[in-house]
Ligand binder design. Sequence first.
Ligand code: GRG
Length: 324
Amino acid sequence: MLPLLHEDCFKRLLSITLYHAISTLFVHMDLHNYLEIQKLSIDKALDTLLPREDQFPPHLHKAMRYCLFAGGKRIRPILAIAAAEAVGGNPEDIIQEASALELIHTFTLIHDDLPAMDNDDYRRGVLATHKIFGEAMAILAGDALLTEAFKILSLGCKRGVHKPEHIVSIIEVVAEASGSRGIVGGQVEDIDSEGKVIEQKHLEYIHQHKTGSLITASVLLGGTLAEGSEQEIEHLKTYGTSIGLAFQITDDILDIKGSSEELGKKTGSDHNKGKATYPGILGIGQAEERKRELYEEAIHALQSFDEKADHLREIGLYIIERHC
Ligand code: GRG
């Protein structure tokens, strides 16, 4: 084969290939560092914001912290921070509000694992909250995490870092994303669809609401608090909507192809429960294609942003290529 290529041409080809391989490696290393650094500062904020374990009633505060600090990628607060950066904001200014998103997310995980819902025993590599603290305490710990999140969001006014109208606006966005027009609506349809054959459009509604809505709210929170323009917020919304759906399609695929160790929970549970999933309706190949299409849409939505949106772009790729 080689002699067919002129030596110079071969060297150039080799250096281009090497350049791409090395630069891809650097992007991955860079993102890995970025995710680690953000995760550390979010965990620090969460630890400071939440009541300590020994604060009365200690049983409740222990339960609230148990699943929260068992693990988790912190992708929703990180998306909020990356969105703030994309519009020129300072991540430190929004760390508390971004962390509140993780409280809401963790609450949904705790309730989702309950016997009355998905009845899962493991989460984030450890026994689910209800398996350790009992069902009543898991419900109450979840309730307390949700309400604490809204307290933290409202505190943004007191801190004087953000304009009150921006705080009110993000409270509205996050509340809408959580309630019957958001996560709760998606979860209800998810439960009602178990064991049934449903249309792709219906599945898209479920995924967009039970998972996508909080992801979209996260980028909107970052963009709004960092005072992005109306047009920037609109583009962030499109990014969030596409990447949010891609996130859940990836989750569906990982439930089939992923490893329980990496995921920290049992795989194959969607199939066992008769859950409607993208691979179930379209097959793995088309589900992968749809996920990639959504990633392209998300990246396209950021085309008018400069390099300050690079973390948001890289997180998009991470979301569809992740193993856990
Ligand atoms: C919000 C008021 C309100 C009620 C919640 C229980 C419930 C109603 C909804 C369940 C929603 C749910 C758990 C959807 C699945 C979302 C999802 C893909 C979770 C996995 O997220 P990762 O991968 O997990 O980010 P880590 O552990 O990394 O944080």
